[in-house]
Write a protein that binds this ligand. Structure first.
Ligand SMILES: [Zn+2]
Length: 124
């Protein structure tokens, strides 16, 4: 199944890059904080970030990967991650849906970056 996972590929291409995730873990899209909404250049950088489901850390680079997981398995993994992170477990379906929809727009292998609700290919 094609899905978005954390990657270190292309890290450093932008001076503002960061990657505290574990490469290969599923990622999800969190709402940016108020600081980033007001001033994305001087905020914490979360409007550019993808959240790692396993590490609970973040990265500015995600990759479209073909992972041997079913949708149900990914929902279950995401539910566990949300519970672990103190988020509502019932977000899992929507989070997985968003991950898969974004991944569906790009070929497998594409590295993507984020700016708020927009996602751009960086490299294939
Ligand atoms: Zn922030």
């Amino acid at each position: 199944m094609k899905m978005l996972v954390a990657t270190t590929l292309t890290q450093g291409t932008r001076g503002s890059d960061y990657c505290f995730c574990v490469a290969g873990e599923p990622v999800w899209i969190q709402e940016p904080c108020d600081k980033d909404r007001r001033d994305p250049e001087r905020g914490c950088g979360c409007s550019r970030g993808f959240a790692g489901a396993a590490s609970h850390r973040a990265t500015t680079t995600a990759q479209v990967a073909d992972v041997p997981l079913t949708r149900d398995e990914l929902v279950l993994a995401m539910r566990m991650s949300l519970i672990d992170g103190g988020w509502p477990a019932n977000w899992a379906e929507d989070i997985v849906e968003e991950n898969l929809v974004i991944a569906s727009f790009f070929p497998t292998g594409t590295v993507i970056e984020r700016s708020f609700d927009d996602f751009y290919p960086r490299a294939a």
